[in-house]
Write a protein that binds this ligand. Structure first.
Ligand SMILES: *Cc1c(COP(=O)(O)O)cnc(C)c1O
Length: 670
């Protein structure tokens, strides 16, 4: 009971706001014991305690472990309708897509955040005492609206953290003394539960939007990745790194190691080095900080002019930053990536290929860069029909939730005609669910359906499949009809990204007269809900980044888990799966020591390679899916089974085990 009372005493306005949701037994409908247990560990001097810093967390409660709450859900936290832009424009005009979901807790922008969320879930599944540190983005990332001839128009998103299920406000406030006055941050907490709900991990979310702050500071935590002025960018990183460290201390957590998910939180190093004082600073920092680098793309590495940082942070912080973050003694900038590389002994890239590229990019640090390939959290991304299928084959697959490596054993069932049919049927059930969700657009179950959904960024080449619409039409008229579904957001300040969306809308419009053979649609507001819906239901997952700029990629991992075959360039995680027959690999291959130019997109050659590949895909598909039933002997089904078997490796359960063995355990002083 004392533990419970202590826990309640950390919550702001418990009686008024949370008494109906938190009882000695329950936390928003889940067992409270899990919360008390992890709090007990974090408050003790457990050498396993770790803080995981990330600018974004994609937790996806709309599709997994949704909390129950007695209070009614605020309409601001519901998000039921989405618009569509398709070549069946009459439909777009008349209808919206209706879903039954709640708004995802809108504190992520894309794959980096989804990975952070999946990591926390696997950490909870394995019962590790880890606390996430992030920011409560009061206006999320942004709401996306398509305007024909204008591309994407970003709109402001509003939501209500006070009534969001599972999110609680704490009564501690931390303060950062900046050159522009005191910046106060209040703290929120959200618990990520394990799949069996027996364990949980907290995420602390920092928030500047409250009365105590000067008005100029209140908007700092409004929008994730706001980048129109350097002032916002630096402040957001100061909040995460310095505010995050102060929050951990204010909460009384004893943290043994700090894991920086990307360089955004690098100021935490300055905070820690100041706290440690002059002596023995380096060994201590090297030992207790871990850094995961996520991208070879230049825009992903922050550089700030020292004079700009000095407008915000006091002198002793600037000294600490200069010590670790200058590219050369005479440099006028600090580089957050360099700060992390200089100080963290253990650094990882997010796939084998990305490890090679990172070593090329940062040759000084090559010896400490390891590669730990990203994953996805299986219980989050598996569809109901495949979950049931795996459970029916428990004799072969055992407790696959607890030990996902068992999934490699689906290969043992390859010769089982019944199983082959079940795999195809489970997929068709998912496809029917997609068609039902988009029913107004009259998609068909027997037409090959291609999916592409991810952040719209230049190197991901979102419009590659439309590069030569004549060829797509020729393919569809000659080999068989197609349905193509896309989704994705471009960063609001990324003009090139927005131009890609504009281009896609244009191509869709050009295909208006051909909707009987090529049905194309792009869904607004790609999020984890649509991420799950699309990755588990289309027939083919298309992945066409320009090698070697996709560090890992994870959406394809969600697809293979659900038996969706891949059509991909050879990049990121695909490099480790391509020896197996997971689908088709096409296009430019990166070799050699030169990373190349991310702006030279090779659209002509790679679109040709894509169309050639798609011809094989379409032909095999229509040989497999016949009017009188599926050909269970088809190599298509072999590919589906191979895909599933690869999920044994491409998951965050395995990834977290590798983090433990290669990063976290190494940092503990014996
Ligand atoms: C999985 C996911 C991503 C990451 O996809 P990539 O293939 O890594 O680009 C981005 N956004 C959402 C909403 C996702 O679910």
């Amino acid at each position: 009971m004392q533990r419970f009372k202590d826990f309640l005493s950390s919550i702001d306005r418990f009686e008024e706001d949370y008494a109906t949701e938190i009882t000695p037994q329950h936390y928003f409908g889940f067992p409270l014991e899990a919360v008390l247990e992890v709090e007990g560990s974090l408050l003790s001097a457990n050498p396993e305690n770790i803080a995981y810093f990330s600018m974004e967390f994609g937790i996806a409660p709309s599709i997994y472990n949704s909390f129950r709450q007695k209070k009614p859900m605020s309409v601001k936290n519901q998000f039921f309708t989405h618009e569509v832009f398709s070549n069946y424009w009459l439909c777009d005009y008349l209808f919206k897509v209706h879903t039954d979901k709640m708004l995802d807790i809108p504190i992520y922008g894309g794959g980096l955040g989804v990975l952070a969320g999946d990591t926390m879930k696997s950490v909870a599944d394995q019962g590790l005492p880890i606390v996430g540190v992030g920011i409560l983005w009061n206006k999320g990332y942004f709401k996306q609206k398509f305007w024909y001839k204008h591309g994407q128009i970003p709109e402001e998103l509003t939501w209500d953290p006070h009534s969001y299920p599972g999110l609680i406000l704490l009564n501690k406030v931390v303060t950062i003394h900046t050159q522009q006055g005191d910046l106060h941050l209040r703290l929120w907490k959200y618990y990520v539960y394990s799949y069996d709900k027996k364990r949980a991990c907290p995420i602390i979310l920092l928030d500047s939007n409250f009365k105590k702050n000067d008005p100029k500071f209140r908007k700092l935590t409004d929008q994730l990745y706001r980048s129109d002025e350097v002032w916002w960018k630096i402040f957001q990183r100061v909040i995460l790194g310095i505010g995050g460290m102060k929050a951990l201390e204010a909460l009384g957590y004893t943290i043994a190691q700090y894991h920086l998910n990307e360089g955004h939180a690098a100021f935490a190093l300055a905070e820690r080095s100041i706290a440690l004082g002059d002596k023995s600073k380096m060994p201590e920092l090297q030992q207790s900080f871990i850094y995961t680098c996520h991208t070879p793309v230049a825009a992903g590495h922050d550089r700030f002019r020292i004079e700009d940082v000095a407008k915000i942070l006091p002198e002793h912080y600037i000294e600490a930053c200069q010590l670790f973050g200058k590219e050369a003694p005479e440099a006028h900038q600090i580089n957050l990536t360099l700060m992390c590389l200089n100080t963290c002994q253990r650094v990882n890239a997010v796939s084998k290929k990305h490890g090679e590229i990172t070593r090329l990019q940062f040759p000084h640090f090559a010896s400490k860069v390891r590669a730990i390939t990203n994953g996805i959290h299986i219980p989050t991304w598996i569809s109901e029909s495949f979950e049931q299928l795996f459970d029916r084959h428990q004799k072969t697959l055992g407790d696959w939730r607890r030990t996902p490596e068992n999934l490699s054993r689906v290969s043992d069932l390859r010769g089982d005609v019944l199983f082959r049919r079940e795999v195809f049927d489970a997929h068709q059930a998912n496809k029917r669910h997609l068609i039902e969700t988009l029913r107004r657009w009259k998609l068909k179950e027997n037409i090959l359906t291609i999916g592409w959904a991810r952040r719209i960024a230049g190197y991901k080449r979102p419009a590659l499949i439309f590069h030569d619409t004549k060829r797509i039409l020729k393919l569809a008229y000659e080999a068989g009809p197609l349905q193509i579904i896309l989704a994705g957001k471009a960063h609001p300040n990324d003009d090139i990204g927005s131009a890609h969306i504009d281009e896609i809308l244009d191509h869709i419009d050009q295909l208006n007269e051909h909707k009987r053979v090529v049905r194309v649609m792009i869904l607004e507001n790609y999020d984890t809900y649509f991420g799950k819906l699309l990755t588990n239901s289309v027939d083919v997952w298309l992945n066409n980044p320009l090698p070697p700029f996709e560090a890992s990629g994870t959406s394809g991992m969600k697809a293979i888990l659900n038996g969706v075959v891949q059509v991909s360039t050879l990049d990121g995680w695909i490099g480790e799966a391509a020896q197996r027959d997971i689908g088709w690999i096409f296009g430019y291959r990166h070799t050699g020591m030169d990373i190349g130019d991310e702006k030279q997109l090779r659209l002509d050659e790679d679109s040709r390679a894509l169309y050639d590949t798609l011809r094989d895909v379409v032909e095999l598909y229509y040989r497999t899916y016949k009017k009188d039933g599926v050909d269970v002997e088809s190599p298509w089904i072999d590919k589906m089974i191979t895909c599933i078997s690869q999920s044994a490796f491409f998951n965050t359960h395995r990834m977290v085990q590798e983090y433990r063995a290669q990063m976290w355990d190494q940092g503990r002083t014996p």
